[in-house]
Design a protein around this ligand. Structure first.
Ligand SMILES: [Zn+2]
Length: 258
């Protein structure tokens, strides 16, 4: 009995293998026959001097300054950005807004308010596109248009870029270097109210906290939890600041790239 069961098992396996083999042999195409591999994307050869060899890319710092960076992506948004700015005013903290250029062009008054209240305005992208799908010249245009929309609204020239989804590859690095932008990713994410509440436990000195003031993620519950978490961090003696302020703090170390 035992031997028969084993034999049945072997038969079933052989049949399954045979079916798979038949399917593959019947002309099923392989993924790499129809898709361009991500490794096929390379940056163009630099045409002149400059820092076209790479860009500083940071997701957290060592934390000696006792500061952490607070960042908001995907705005400006007329519903949520004023809500976030009111919260930051109550907490008396400054943050970095990684904005969409198209939204900045549509709502320059929100960019102007961010600047007037001491916040940093930085580049996300013209629209919310994964940079892996964007050709180099289009990506260059997308970032430069966003910089133009930011300065046209009265903000200083941006110093930081956070590509949507944190996607960084060689063409993106070359765009960053050509436009003299440092790339700032993140070390703490707050995609839900519970995750925002947990920021008080998972964030510390040197963290870069990612939040959103546009598109689909914002909610009253999330911002309420986030405000409580930020208050807790302040009570622990941490200073909440912008991305550029964290990166330029003299006591911070960011590894070999500095
Ligand atoms: Zn985004």
């Amino acid at each position: 009995m035992r031997g028969r069961r084993r034999l049945l098992g072997v038969t079933a396996l052989a049949t399954a293998t045979g079916l798979l083999g038949a399917g593959a042999g019947a002309g099923a195409s392989r993924w790499w026959d129809t898709h361009l591999s991500p490794t096929a994307r390379t940056a163009p050869r630099p045409s002149g001097p400059g820092r076209a060899l790479g860009a500083r890319t940071v997701f957290q710092t060592s934390g000696e300054s006792g500061k952490l960076a607070l960042t908001f992506d995907d705005g400006p948004d007329p519903r949520w950005t004023p809500r976030v700015l009111d919260m930051l005013a109550r907490l008396q903290v400054r943050a970095t807004f990684f904005v969409l250029g198209s939204a900045a062009q549509e709502h320059p008054e929100l960019i102007a308010r961010e600047v007037a209240e001491g916040h940093e305005v930085a580049v996300h992208n013209w629209v919310h596109t994964d940079v892996y799908g964007v050709d180099f010249s289009e990506l260059t245009r997308s970032v430069s248009r966003t910089c133009e929309a930011i300065t046209a609204a009265g903000a200083p020239s941006p110093r930081l870029w956070r590509p949507p989804y944190g996607r960084v590859d060689a063409p993106a690095m070359m765009v960053a270097s050509q436009q003299k932008l440092d790339v700032l990713l993140w070390s703490v994410h707050s995609p839900s109210a519970s995750a925002a509440a947990a920021v008080k436990d998972v964030a510390g000195a040197g963290s870069v906290v990612l939040c959103h003031d546009g598109r689909t993620q914002p909610s009253e519950a999330l911002f309420s939890a986030l405000e409580d978490a930020l208050l807790s961090l302040q009570e622990r003696g941490l200073a909440i600041t912008t991305g550029s302020d964290l990166l330029s703090s003299p006591s911070e170390h960011q590894g070999e790239l500095t």
